[in-house]
Design a protein. Structure first.
Ligand code: ZN
Ligand code: ZN
Ligand code: FE
Length: 749
């Protein structure tokens, strides 16, 4: 007879861990108890040595789907007289250090009940259990118990009450538990002010979609606008109403089989698609898969597909795919509550499928690419937030606010960094309100009083002003972190690299440099807590600065000028630029007035896209580069480039531009030029790695959302015997910036 005391750390509260332990102990014939504790979950088990051993193995190996066991500590205890195994109730002084679970897709058991006519939750759109359902989006405060969620107002009926208190039931302590008798209800509102209730609402909503209408659907993290993805008119109308010209829409498909109709899907893709987080997965479209949903992702080779994650999705989705896009006008935050949706989406939607389960935290869908068989996050939000990233050691508590685009918040406590949901671009007062709300909520949830607040070095960012005000109010220091330093730190923490020196290629669109110019094609040597800039793309004067970002032809003209190449009308970028604008640009460049020097790699991609006639004006960030990437299709030779300077090394793209212009004039196919351009960028990284003799090379910054480039670079590095380091948990783009800011400001790097 032996007795063991186990302490389990990780995401183990609010995920059905205690009933799981209870059932496991009973199965192994053990006595003892399980309870929540400030550390996580405490278990004491007593029985035959062999059974106790098996129990301990099963505890980690078969834990519930939502649980993330980070560590189990086990100590021997003296055996005591005891006959049963019990679940101890939560202490009300529940800790705040344990993790909060993210929102998780409807599980297989709940799905079975949802479509079982004999089940009391048949077609009930709020079905959930310990292993699935909303979490982060409905939690108001901790401890995570029902009164602290947006279900507080729904008193449990006798049946739900029984399930909730039965340790053997899979809804034991499932805080969002609900049924048609006692839980939230769904209804449909449309123009004629009729209100259709319950299941009729869902059936009518399906008819709206069938008829080519646009439906606003309240989901887990906010409202979506949905329409039939096979109906070209409906898709076009949605684009027009949303004011979204050609940015791709995500498509909700029933299952992996349906996904295979639209995209190439291997086992890795299928695993991410069907995972409990249910992100939008960026997949390679089937070539020639025209007709049905071309308008969904124009001019791109990829398509974002997603499987249903809420019971309502399952009920709405028949045998046709649905466009599912965030319920907002372009550049606004996602609509979260019913009143807000009516106000902001009234003109956009033909009908509203609403419900009365409030969303406390808005949370957009996550976006994932698959690289080297692994998840490669592009947007880390629903299903992932606010799960922590483990830090190499403890540092000061920090609140970090990210940059300007794709902002996320990050708060650190001990050796954990909690990353909040995607907040969008912080460019308007609307997004500042979202920032206020999200910051307050994160700090409150994890009960963190930050020692410092971190923001970007850029003097013009609204988020930096916000951070300055916050710092003043709280009387804590404000730490301004250079944009690319933050990217580098984010990568090193993400990839869990410590102690070894790493060369990092940090390529993106815009980051304010320590010399006041705009950086974005940078190389850093990170060694311990030192980050030194060891190389960069040669500066090019950019007339009008930010004005160039939406108009790649301006960047192309600037690059041609810098390379001493005349603006001749046979070049697509010259032909595309108004002659009056050309005159102004020429003067600005000649006199060097209102020109900002930039080493941006993102801008070089823009310049080449316009030079090739692929894209002269962009409607969303990264569009030109994405369309250029979509053209790459063959093995190609590198163009020439020059590497000059010593400390720092300078990559000179002028020979590259001259070679592209020569290729254009000899009518080399644009696809081949795009391929050769990508290969050249990969060769640039290879060259710097060789010159600096770097065994490990990190790749970060928004440019590396380009998986085609990532593949070209990592193959070359591997061929040279180097290790390529890429992101795993947070995006390489500015969505991962707050993590890097937090670790630098916290003194961890
Ligand atoms: Zn479930
Ligand atoms: Zn009930
Ligand atoms: Fe960036």
């Amino acid at each position: 007879m032996v007795r063991r005391r186990l302490t389990v750390w990780g995401v183990v509260q609010g995920v059905g861990f205690r009933p799981f332990v209870y059932q496991l102990a009973v199965r192994h014939g053990l006595t003892g108890y399980v309870g929540n504790d400030s550390a996580g979950v405490i278990v004491e088990v007593q029985g035959e040595a062999e059974q106790v051993e098996r129990f301990v193995q099963d505890l980690s190996a078969h834990s519930p789907p939502l649980a993330r066991v980070h560590r189990v500590e086990s100590i021997e205890r003296p055996a005591i007289p005891e006959t049963v195994f019990t679940i101890r109730p939560s202490q009300t002084t529940t800790d705040r250090s344990s993790s909060i679970p993210a929102d998780i897709a409807t599980c297989a058991d709940c799905l079975r009940e949802l479509f079982d006519p004999t089940d009391r939750r048949y077609r009930y759109p709020f079905i959930n259990c310990c292993h699935c359902g909303p979490r982060f989006t409905i939690i108001r405060s901790l401890p995570y118990d029902r009164p602290a969620t947006t279900l507080a107002g729904f008193a449990l009926c006798a049946d739900c009450e029984r399930e909730y208190h039965d340790p053997a039931n899979r809804r034991f302590h499932a805080q969002p538990i609900a049924c048609p008798a006692c839980g939230p209800k769904v209804w449909l509102e449309s123009d004629d002010a009729t209100r259709i209730e319950r299941d009729d609402a869902i059936r009518t909503a399906v008819r709206v979609l069938d008829g080519g209408g646009i439906l606003a659907v309240k989901g887990i993290g906010g409202f979506h606008l949905a329409c039939d993805a096979t109906n070209a008119c409906a898709v076009a109308r949605l684009r027009e109403r949303k004011g979204r010209m050609d940015k791709p829409f995500a498509v909700l498909v029933k299952d992996v089989d349906m996904a295979k109709r639209f995209a190439a899907i291997n086992d890795d893709h299928a695993a991410v698609l069907t995972g409990p987080e249910r992100p939008i997965v960026m997949l390679e479209r089937h070539p020639g898969q025209g007709g049905v949903i071309d308008g969904v992702a124009p001019d791109l080779r990829t398509i974002g597909l997603m499987l249903p994650y809420s019971p309502l999705h399952h009920l709405l989705l028949g045998d046709r795919p649905l466009v599912m896009t965030s319920g907002n006008r372009s550049d606004e935050p996602i609509a979260r509550d019913n009143t807000e949706a009516r106000e902001r989406l009234g003109e956009l939607a033909d009908a509203f499928l609403m419900h009365d389960r409030d969303i406390h935290s808005a949370c957009d869908d996550s976006v994932i690419r698959v690289f080297a068989g692994r998840e490669y996050p592009i947007r880390r939000s629903r299903g992932y937030a606010p799960l922590p990233v483990k830090l190499p050691r403890s540092g000061k508590s920090v609140l970090a606010v990210g940059g300007e685009l794709k902002a996320t918040l990050c708060v650190t406590s001990g050796d954990r960094a909690y990353l909040g949901q995607h907040l969008g671009d912080v460019e308007s007062p609307d997004t500042l309100a979202a920032l206020d709300r999200a910051a307050e909520h994160l700090l409150d949830l994890f009960r963190i009083a930050p020692d410092r607040i971190a923001c970007d070095l850029h003097p013009g960012y609204l988020s930096a002003d916000w951070a300055a005000r916050f710092a003043e109010r709280r009387g804590i220091p404000l730490v301004r972190i250079q944009h690319h330093h933050a990217h580098v730190a984010s990568l090193l923490v993400d990839a869990n690299v410590n102690g070894t020196p790493v060369l990092v290629a940090c390529f993106d669109g815009t980051g304010y440099g320590t010399d006041g110019s705009i950086w974005g094609g940078e190389f850093f040597l990170a060694d311990g807590d030192r980050i030194e800039r060891v190389g960069h793309l040669k500066y090019v004067p950019l007339p009008g600065g930010d004005a160039a970002i939406r108009r790649p032809y301006r960047v192309a003209l600037a690059h041609l000028c810098a390379a001493g190449l005349p603006w001749s009308d046979d070049l697509p970028c010259v032909a595309a630029s108004p002659s009056a604008e050309q005159r102004v640009l020429r003067q600005q460049l000649q006199r060097n007035v209102n020109c900002v020097p930039t080493s941006s790699m993102g801008r070089l991609f823009d310049a080449v896209a316009s030079l090739l006639g692929v894209r002269h004006v962009v409607n969303f960030e990264g569009q030109a580069a994405m369309e250029l990437e979509a053209l790459v299709d063959e093995v190609a030779e590198s163009y020439p480039f020059a590497t000059t300077g010593v400390d720092p090394l300078v990559l000179d793209p002028r020979p590259l531009l001259a070679a592209i212009v020569a290729d254009l004039r000899t009518r080399v196919p644009v696809r081949l030029i795009a391929s050769r351009f990508h290969v050249t960028i990969a060769e640039m990284i290879r060259d710097i790695a060789f010159r600096l003799n770097a065994p490990i090379v990190g790749l970060t910054g928004g440019v590396f959302q380009n998986v085609t480039l990532l593949n070209l670079v990592s193959h070359r590095l591997q061929a040279d015997g180097r290790t390529a380091l890429t992101h795993r948990q947070v995006p390489c783009n500015d969505g991962g910036l707050s993590l890097g800011q937090a670790v630098i400001a916290g003194g961890i790097r």
